[in-house]
Ligand binder design. Structure first.
Ligand code: PZK
Length: 318
């Protein structure tokens, strides 16, 4: 997954927010709120009973965050995730409470108030196409997450059916691929682990079908679930954003090679062209590349949701 490791929970629940991030780069925090966790490009805050998830405008390529933000990226991703939560609501409950009520004005549009859950210790990856670490594993072993695949698949090829290829949340570095039996052990309940798998595939399928009708291929995605206080399964985190998924333009798709990503390819190509060696620090992004990348994010929102991005800003009173 593009960013299964974006979410390095760093807290520190008892520490002051300033102290919790003292060892990291400078980060802007929402006034008066306690920072609970910080990923590469998002933060999670304490709202008492509930939580506030805030998407920043930070962007990473090759796993490194650039010093230059992409204006509105956090709002686009929050709006897109909102659209998918709604589209899949009949498949599984979700953690969203509100994008406006109880959300501080200065982060409206890029923040969501969510229910506090007991998160399951499994990253629920679903792949409809063979790419990334799945392609690497397939080439090395002929299998992904313990699932044998047909011989002779090409890079980026559509799989016969979507595959559930879970991973564990690694504290540091990349997540580790695990098989279904390991998720049963980690979740501690076979029936629940089966429901998590089946719901993950159903959510992927629903979103992928919608995206495909709008000219976009959802190659793979990473979902996270939690349990509410009644023990009910709830879809959490963000759903099918470009940071948790691979979106490819259907136009120009061809197996046998890597595919350009809808959103980041432009920045990646520019970054690679600078001669940057892909180790930190990432270079600052020039104005024209920032502007074009913003446009590509907004276009992705509008294409997938079928509404102007302005409509999201108005609904959230951003
Ligand atoms: C939760 N993360 C990932 C890390 C982020 C997000 N509804 C919930 N209840 C309890 N915990 C979480 C959630 C959700 N979603 C999510 N870690 C804990 C994470 C860093 C920043 F924005």
């Amino acid at each position: 997954m593009t960013s299964s490791k974006d979410e390095t929970v760093n807290c520190g629940l008892s520490r002051a927010p300033s102290e919790a991030v003292a060892s990291l780069e400078r980060v802007t925090t929402v006034a008066g709120l306690t920072l609970l966790a910080r990923g590469k490009v998002r933060e999670l805050y304490d709202l008492g009973d509930d939580l506030l998830m805030v998407a920043s405008d930070r962007i990473s390529t090759y796993d490194v965050v650039h010093p230059t933000p992409i204006p509105d990226k956090g709002k686009v991703l929050t709006g897109m995730s909102a659209f998918w939560f709604d589209l899949t609501n009949d498949l599984v409950d979700h953690h969203v409470l509100s994008y406006s009520d109880g959300v501080p004005e200065d982060v409206r549009g890029r923040a969501v108030r969510v229910r506090r859950l007991k998160m399951l210790p499994v990253e629920c990856v679903v792949r409809g196409y063979i790419t990334g670490s799945g392609w690497k594993d397939y080439q090395a072993t002929g299998a992904v997450s313990g699932l044998e695949l047909p011989a002779g698949l090409q890079e980026s090829e559509q799989l016969p059916e979507p595959l559930y290829t879970p991973s564990t949340k690694a504290e540091v570095g990349h997540d580790e691929a695990i098989d279904f039996e390991r998720t049963v052990e980690l979740i501690g309940d076979r029936v629940l682990a089966e429901r998590v798998r089946d719901v993950s595939i159903a959510v992927y399928q629903r979103v992928a079908d919608h995206a495909r009708e709008h000219g976009v291929i959802l190659a793979d995605t990473k979902l996270e679930f939690g349990l509410d206080p009644d023990g009910a399964l709830v879809l959490g985190d963000e759903v099918c954003t470009p940071d948790s998924s691979r979106f490819w333009p259907a136009d120009g798709y061809a197996p046998g090679r890597g595919q350009p990503s809808f959103d980041k390819q432009y920045v990646r190509d520019w970054a690679a062209g600078t001669g940057w060696d892909k180790t930190p620090p990432a270079p600052a992004i020039p104005d024209e590349v920032v502007a074009r990348t913003r446009e590509l994010y907004v276009e992705a929102y509008e294409r997938l949701t079928g509404e102007p991005f302005e409509a999201w800003l108005e609904r959230t009173r951003a």
